[in-house]
Design a protein around this ligand. Structure first.
Ligand code: SF4
Length: 211
């Protein structure tokens, strides 16, 4: 059943590069670089303490998330619960990122996906959350408005369709490849003509057998 669920982390991979999403979620490939290592350390720290209470804010960390309706699962770094004027605790997801605010919506879509899971689990409307960026040490509020919700649901659908095809898109070399941790196994310049790492390895084995 869970094989048909999209992981929340796949959404930002997809928005960064469809091939990257396929390499991770179809071919199960992963390579750590300095950027992913910094991001992982930030996430681990965010998940360390489980529960704390501040005035009118409760904080929980590392919460498992799931939406049966959207076919989505994952984990929230931090969920704050803010007490409203009716004494009701409203969830406020906070996602930690190593870098700085991006020009695309990938981080917002990932955060919104967390909110959609929490809404289904807790049967509550979540109006906003926040992204915390390690490089700038800035926390930016994100409103879960209708257009972000639509973009998030469309991205979930596209990721699902990509993963179900089990076909890795061809590489297209661009400047973002330089920061991609998968550069050395993706080999975007080499793979402009081939689709999968597996096929590439098969070609290498075949040519060595012929020698
Ligand atoms: S190296 Fe470039 S083409 Fe390959 S997965 Fe990364 S961003 Fe995509």
């Amino acid at each position: 059943m869970d094989e048909e669920f999209v992981m929340i982390s796949a959404l930002s991979h997809y928005m960064y590069c469809q091939r990257r999403c396929a390499l991770v979620h179809i071919e199960q490939a992963w390579v750590e670089n300095v950027f992913t290592a910094e991001g992982r350390i930030m996430h681990d720290k965010a998940h360390e303490e489980n529960f704390e209470i501040r005035k009118n804010i409760k904080i929980e960390r590392g919460i498992p998330l799931r939406s049966n309706e959207l076919g989505l699962n994952g984990k929230a770094d931090v969920v704050e619960f803010h007490k409203d004027e009716f004494d009701k605790w409203i969830p406020f997801p906070v996602e930690y990122k190593r870098g700085k605010s991006k020009s695309d919506n990938s981080d917002k879509v990932q955060l919104c996906a967390q909110a959609l899971c929490l809404e289904e689990i807790l049967n509550v409307k979540i109006p906003c959350g926040a992204l915390f960026y390690g490089q700038t040490k800035r926390r930016e509020d994100v409103n879960f408005d209708e257009s972000l919700r639509i973009e998030t649901k469309e991205t979930i659908k596209k990721v699902y369709e990509l993963v179900m095809t089990k076909i890795t898109p061809k590489a297209e070399y661009s400047k973002k490849c330089k920061e991609c941790s998968l550069l050395e196994i993706c080999l975007p310049k080499t793979f402009e003509k081939r689709t999968t790492v597996a096929n590439y390895l098969k070609d290498i084995i075949k040519s060595s057998e012929c020698e």
